[in-house]
Design a protein around this ligand. Sequence first.
Ligand SMILES: [Cu+2]
Length: 165
Amino acid sequence: MPAVPASAHTALKSSDPAAGAKIASPAKITLTYAEPVGYPKIVLTDASGGRHEAGSARAVDNVVTEDVKGPLPNGVYTVGWRVVSADGHPVTGDFTFTVTGSSTTSASPPASASASAAASASPSAESKSSSSGGGSAGWLWVGLGVVVLAAIGGGVAWTRRKRTS
Ligand SMILES: [Cu+2]
């Protein structure tokens, strides 16, 4: 895409839910742009990649709406959007919001609850493996650095010896 003034593209002005909002499960997502947009596409994904948008997004002038397949269990959700601005260029973006205080009894909450219960059942094993993993990775990098420094030092010494001889 050739360089064009930034003003040529539209931009997301506001959204409902707002970016970073902590809210109850929303019934729909509303995105408001600076200019009229077309060909909207919205995906709503949870932390594990599950999809929660219902049907296709609709654009009316500068407002795009998408229904939510809810109610949503508690968690962080990502709204990914794509529209075509009035100048014909596609514009994309994404933001997250958090659902809290949800009492929904869908399949997800028991699964995540049991997962966290399993994690808390063996906290020592989990933290031990993750910390030792990070530690060994750190030592690996230190080791590589030493090898590189030794190689550079050897190269310099070799070059000096060659010049003096
Ligand atoms: Cu453009």
